[in-house]
Each structure stands twice: as structure tokens, then as C-alpha cells.
Write a protein that binds this ligand. Structure first.
Ligand code: BEZ
Ligand code: FE
Length: 321
């Protein structure tokens, strides 16, 4: 209640009993040289943080516990482990930001391949490969060998895209990415393939398996406190880039995988669910996996009001990856 007897409300219009001027005073501390975007984001963040604290009557002990989790996440992060990203992932934030960044206007008659989160295990400079090569090295006897193939096309014209690069990575049959596992060869299960004139690609990989995201740190503690499991359904990651086209960061998911309905990081989209088909006649593959990728040119992306559809935003993705 304010001194004049009027109930004070938070950013959502809900009544509260705390200092009615405090949040605005903190927002007003922003200086004149802050950019409009920084001003907008920080004002909104402050408002939401304060509303969260007031709504839940957050105590100093609870705030300190949260802070300690964040500090622990910082201490255990390095170029092989990104605990901050994991924390965002279990709260669905990376998936939500991915959706916001790449959403198409709903009037588009056809759509490019859907995006999905990058996750913390991409590595730059994966080995460049030739079409028909395998990305499997050193673990020949394990896993279901798979021949993956398809075409990369322009989603508006349907024409094949020459010079599109597919950067692919997935886990080993033990559920670990190579940088998590000293027993795997460097860059195992990673590769970059570039399409020729006909836009097609093909390579050998393994049928991926479900695996837990690392849960020995703060993200794991929160999952446990929330009574949640840490597993992701089996998936293969891709970044598809081509000159003049919006890059696509995505994943494809095995329809028959456990956790397909219950991804710990909320990244599964219907159009990204695929079928591994038993394959005969090729000693190098037990399964076949056909999948085509459709890219939007910058021009088409603008015409379809695609959020972030600029060369500059693509450079942003490039900077991140
Ligand atoms: C991944 O798919 O590699 C991943 C995504 C989010 C958190 C952990 C792993
Ligand atoms: Fe993954």
C-alpha cells in the first residue's frame, strides 16, 4: 500500500506492498549515452527481475543460493563446457530465442528448414570432407552405421544450391561428444561437406543415441530440484551455410528415440523428426537417412518478413559459431 492508501502494482498490474518508487529509480539510473536497445533491454530486465522478487517474496538466502549456482556455473565453464548455456537450455531460453530470431511470417506459402538450438558442443574447423566420406573415426565396431543423403535447395525456387556447406556433428554410441571423451579421436563424428552443382550431399555417420546433458553442475542440481531428467532424444546437429542465403542452425531427431516427446532442452520440432530406414546392399550402412534442406535467400527472407533476415544478422550467427 502506498502512503496515500492506494495499492501499488508491479509491471503486470498486480498489487504489492513494497516501495512503489524503487524499480523506476533503478531504471532511471541509466545514462544518456546508453543505446536505445541497451536502454530497452535493461529496463525490461530490471522490471521483470524486480517483479519476480516481489511476486515470490524472494528471501536473501534464496537469492544467495541462486547467485552461488550462477557463480559455480561460471567457475566450471571453459571452451569445453558452457554451463551458463546449459542453465538457459533447461529453462527453454535457447529454444525460445531461436524461435524468436528465426520465426517466419505466417503467410509464407512454404517454409525453409526449421531451426533448432546450437547447443554447447559445436566446434569450429571440423574436418572438410568429400561427398561419400564418413565422419566416423576410430570406433568402427560400434553403433548403427547410417548413410545420410539429400539435397539443399532454395525454398522459393526449388532450385539446387551449389556451394552450400553442411557442418554436421553428433554423439558417439556412448552418448558423449568427442570433446567430452578422451577415448575418442579428435574431431570424431564431425565433418563439413560442400555441395556441387546439383546441390546434393551424402555421407556416412552413425544412428545417434539419446544422451544426458551434463548434469554434474548447477544445471543438474536444478533439474534434480525440479524432479526432471537430463536426457535429449537422439539427434544430429547441422549448420547449413551458402552464399546469399540465411544460415540454418538445426538438428534432426530420430522418430523412434526415447525422449522424443520429452527433450530436456525443449528443442524438438515436428518438421525435424526423421525416419531411419533399414538399408541393404551397402556394407558400409545398416540404415539410410534421406533428408532435404531448404534455405531462404536474403531476398526471400525479407519478402517473407523473416525476423533477423539480414546479412548483418547472419554475420551475428557467424560470429557466434
Ligand atoms: C546438444 O544437443 O548438444 C545440447 C543442447 C543443449 C544442452 C546440452 C547439449
Ligand atoms: Fe546434441
Amino acid at each position: 500500500m502506498a502512503s496515500n492508501g492506494v495499492a501499488v502494482t508491479d509491471g503486470n498490474g498486480a498489487a504489492h506492498k513494497f516501495n512503489p518508487h524503487f524499480t523506476q529509480a533503478v531504471i532511471n539510473a541509466t545514462g544518456p549515452k546508453a543505446s536505445p536497445r541497451v536502454r530497452k533491454l535493461t529496463a525490461s530486465l530490471i522490471q521483470h527481475l524486480h517483479d519476480f522478487a516481489r511476486e515470490n517474496e524472494l528471501t536473501v538466502d534464496e537469492w544467495m543460493a541462486g547467485l552461488e549456482l550462477m557463480n559455480e556455473a561460471g567457475r566450471m565453464s571453459d571452451d569445453r563446457r558452457n554451463e551458463g548455456q546449459l542453465l538457459c537450455d533447461i529453462f527453454g531460453l535457447e529454444s525460445l530465442v531461436d524461435e524468436i530470431t528465426y520465426k517466419l511470417a505466417s503467410d509464407a506459402k512454404d517454409e525453409p528448414t526449421a531451426t533448432a538450438i546450437l547447443g554447447p558442443f559445436w566446434r569450429k574447423d571440423a574436418p572438410e570432407k568429400q561427398m561419400g566420406d564418413t565422419i566416423v573415426s576410430g570406433i568402427d565396431s560400434e553403433g548403427d552405421k547410417t548413410w545420410m543423403h539429400g539435397i539443399v535447395t532454395d525454398f522459393v525456387t526449388g532450385k539446387p544450391i551449389e556451394g552450400a556447406t553442411l557442418d554436421v556433428w553428433h554423439t558417439a554410441p556412448n552418448g558423449l561428444y568427442e570433446q567430452q571423451d578422451p577415448d575418442q579421436p579428435e574431431m570424431n563424428l564431425r565433418g563439413r561437406f560442400t555441395t556441387g552443382k546439383d546441390g546434393t550431399y551424402n555421407f556416412y555417420c552413425l544412428r545417434p543415441v539419446p544422451y544426458p546433458i551434463p548434469y554434474d553442475g548447477p544445471a543438474g542440481k536444478i533439474l534434480q530440484a525440479m524432479d526432471r531428467h537430463p536426457y535429449r532424444p537422439a539427434h544430429i546437429h547441422f549448420i547449413i551455410t551458402a552464399s546469399g542465403y540465411k544460415p540454418i542452425v538445426t538438428q534432426i531427431f530420430d522418430r523412434n528415440s526415447k525422449y522424443i516427446e520429452d527433450d530436456a532442452v525443449f528443442a524438438v520440432k515436428d518438421s525435424l523428426i526423421v525416419d531411419f530406414k533399414p538399408y541393404q546392399g551397402d556394407p558400409k550402412a545398416d540404415f539410410e537417412l534421406p533428408y532435404d534442406f531448404k534455405l531462404a535467400s536474403f531476398e526471400a527472407a525479407k519478402n517473407h518478413s523473416m525476423v533477423g533476415a539480414t546479412e548483418a544478422s547472419a554475420a551475428g550467427v557467424g560470429a557466434k559459431i
